[in-house]
Design a binder for this molecule. Structure first.
Ligand code: KIV
Length: 285
């Protein structure tokens, strides 16, 4: 397939100005990144969800900066042309503005990311301001914020009530004023997402399970292809049952090795007769 032009911040704002939705997916490894780049995905998020989808943790909280950098580097190698976003893991930015700038800088310097994302509203505005002031594009994340899932009382829709919705609207404004170039709204009602999108002046609004009115959509790759065995969120459309295809292939492999129908001659390598004879003579000595 032909080489794509690198997706940059101006590319994203141009799409928004032209009313073209932005496509965004999570990704954590080299071969998947290659496929996503070839498919023409605009943005990739190396999410700390990799703690659950790739490392098998029960939540995102144990994920470290080292995990994030390692996976972001692999994704960048596979997808040189996408707009790559590194997700700040738990406690990489909450302790102080300085920790936030330092760790955001690591994503840029060590993994060639184009931007970072962090969770939280007005209380994180100073982190966003500090990061943006250091020359690093930043994305805010509101609504269901998995790093605070315990405080939020579980994985549930946020902003259904008027008071909570107003708080999310105010948080979005605070993040935009702090310099966030984009905000992800995860699992908020569609009408709230629409209000925030209409009120955003120089900020791209992206939706994960928050309806069609945002400037773009994000999905978790593993949910799209039936690759996460523990649960499937309602908002995730399954675009292909890759997990089932792989499981069927694995069962067939077990069967064919067991009944000796694998391997066949095309699956191994032969040695010329004369070389084999010579080897046998050497062994006779
Ligand atoms: O880590 C992640 O993949 C995320 C999404 C849930 C938005 O932050």
């Amino acid at each position: 397939m032909s080489e794509r032009k690198k997706v940059s911040l101006p590319t994203l704002f141009k799409k928004v100005a032209e009313g073209k939705p932005i496509t965004w997916l999570t990704c954590y490894d080299y071969p998947t990144a290659y496929l996503q780049d070839q498919a023409g995905i605009d943005m990739i998020l190396v999410g700390d969800s990799l703690g659950m989808t790739m490392l098998g943790y029960e939540s995102t909280l144990p994920v470290t900066m080292e995990d994030m950098i390692r996976h972001s580097q692999a994704v960048r190698r596979g997808a040189p042309n996408v707009f790559l976003v590194g997700d700040m893991p738990y406690m990489s930015y909450q302790p102080s503005v300085e920790s936030a700038i330092r760790n955001a800088g690591r994503f840029m310097a060590e993994a060639s990311c184009d931007a970072i994302k962090l969770e939280g509203g007005a209380e994180m505005a100073d982190r966003i301001y500090g990061i943006v002031s250091a020359g690093i594009p930043a994305i805010g994340h509101l609504g269901l914020t998995p790093q605070s899932v315990s405080a939020l009382g579980g994985f549930r829709v946020q902003g259904k009530g008027a008071k909570q919705a107003k708080k999310i609207l105010d948080d979005a404004k605070a993040l935009e004023q702090a310099g966030a170039f984009a905000i992800l709204l995860e699992m908020v009602p569609d009408r709230l997402c629409q209000l925030i999108t209409e009120r955003a002046s120089n900020c791209i609004i992206l939706s994960l399970g928050s309806g069609p009115h945002a400037h773009g959509q994000l999905l978790i790759y593993h949910d799209m292809f039936g690759l996460y065995p523990r649960f499937k969120p309602r908002m995730a459309k399954v675009f292909g049952e890759a997990g089932k295809v792989i499981l069927d292939g694995l069962k067939q492999y077990v069967q064919e090795v067991s009944d000796k129908s694998f391997p066949q001659t095309e699956n191994w390598f032969t040695m010329p007769d004369e070389e084999y004879e010579e080897l046998m003579q050497m062994l006779d000595k």
